[in-house]
Design a protein around this ligand. Structure first.
Ligand code: PMP
Length: 379
């Protein structure tokens, strides 16, 4: 099988898995327990956080909270900040490009909790329009949320420019969903107030996430209970998950430069190959992150394409695994002004640490076969 759906999830690295099993077997204690074993677990938890602090160069400026994944991290950060700011700064700025675990949260806050939600315009290259963003900013904005790398098209957002603009607006908290960025492009966290990560996108375990935030005490808890994790994420900390996540993060960070180069080369090869097939269009911008390439086959249905590739043992997806079952035109592609027919016939290839040159070679061969099958449908 050739697996080109790494943006949906990745294969667990065996050393990550081993560390999860090892800690489960030998240090299964509750870090909150007062006895010797509990203290040992608590020490390991703090060590894990310190290693993340080092790996991501956080300079001890952030609190680190282990979560069940980025959906939880995004909910926790966005609701947590918004609820605290409701009376002083109740405007939220985002764009339609965000993952549902951001978009549905801010929509909920607007529809059910009375926040004012504003969407920043999107340029044809899939980046947010910085001039429009400047025009939307004012002193009533308490929350800005923008993803680092888009999960459907791969475009990289101008995070640094947003940070610079926000220097003039101290009330605005800047949240970034960096799920598709870690391990693929160098991350610059300077000036970001909170950041969400998901272990299973970089060869960690599923159900393993992280929220990195300037001060956890600024978040209104959305999960109440025993007060663990600065009081914002009650529940017994999953220490084996936390320790194995450190391994996944370390590997992702150490491999970034090499993986970026390798995947950029694969992406270039796919682009050059696709360009030789009349009627097939590349949707992703040229300067997208290296692991994601979105391709349009106007006139053909996305599901038909996914099945055609699947029959050849190649796993690709239509939009993102989270929204591909919803059956409506993808908002990200719509916002970029891609024609409807092309959106309907779009697939996303996403590569990762386990993708090889042999995979790309086979993909190219099979692509030719599939093209012959569907070319009559192309418009
Ligand atoms: N944000 C982005 C950009 C994603 O791609 C995903 C995963 N599809 C998520 C958030 C949600 O992550 P998780 O599966 O860890 O909840």
């Amino acid at each position: 099988m050739i697996y080109l759906d790494n943006a949906a999830t990745t294969k667990v690295d065996s050393s990550v898995m081993n560390s999860f099993v090892k800690v489960n077997e030998s240090l299964y204690f509750n870090p909150n327990s007062p006895h010797q074993a509990g203290l040992q677990a608590e020490k390991l938890l703090q060590q894990a956080k310190e290693q993340i602090n080092q790996a991501l160069k956080l300079n001890h400026l952030y609190d680190i909270i282990f979560t069940s994944g980025a959906t939880e991290s995004n909910n926790m950060a966005l609701k947590g900040i918004a609820y605290r700011k409701k009376d002083t700064a109740n405007e939220i700025i985002t764009s339609v490009l965000e993952h549902p675990s951001v978009l549905e949260v801010v929509r909920y806050l607007a529809e059910k909790e009375g926040f004012i939600l504003k969407y920043v315009n999107v340029k044809p290259n899939g980046q947010i329009d910085i001039e429009h963003f400047k025009a939307l900013m004012n002193d009533r904005v308490g929350l800005v949320t923008c993803m680092y790398v888009n999960n459907i098209m791969g475009q990289i957002q101008p995070i640094k420019q947003i940070v610079n603009i926000l220097k003039e607006y101290p009330k605005a908290h800047f949240h970034v969903d960096a799920v598709q960025a870690l391990g693929k492009i160098p991350l610059n966290i300077d000036g970001i107030d909170s950041l969400s990560l998901s272990g299973h996108k970089f060869n960690g375990l599923k159900g393993q996430g992280l929220l990195i935030t300037r001060t956890a005490h600024n978040l209104e808890p959305i999960i109440h209970g025993g007060g663990q994790e600065f009081g914002v994420r009650s529940g017994t900390v999953n220490l084996p998950m936390a320790v194995s996540m450190v391994k996944a993060i370390n590997q992702a960070v150490q491999q970034t430069e090499q993986l970026n180069q390798t995947l950029s080369s694969y992406q270039q090869q796919i682009r050059e190959m696709v360009e030789t097939y009349p009627g097939v269009k590349i949707n992703s911008p040229e300067d997208a992150a290296p692991q994601i390439i979105n391709i349009g086959f106007p006139g053909v249905k996305g599901e038909v394409l996914v099945n055609a590739f699947s029959k050849q043992d190649i796993m690709v997806s239509t939009t993102s695994a989270c929204s591909s079952k919803r059956g409506k035109l993808n908002e990200v592609l719509l916002a970029m002004g891609i024609p409807e027919k092309q959106i309907e016939g779009s697939i996303r290839l996403s590569m990762g640490q386990t993708t090889t040159q042999a995979d790309i070679d086979t993909f190219k061969e099979k692509f030719e076969l599939i093209y012959k099958e569907i070319k009559e449908l192309l418009k």
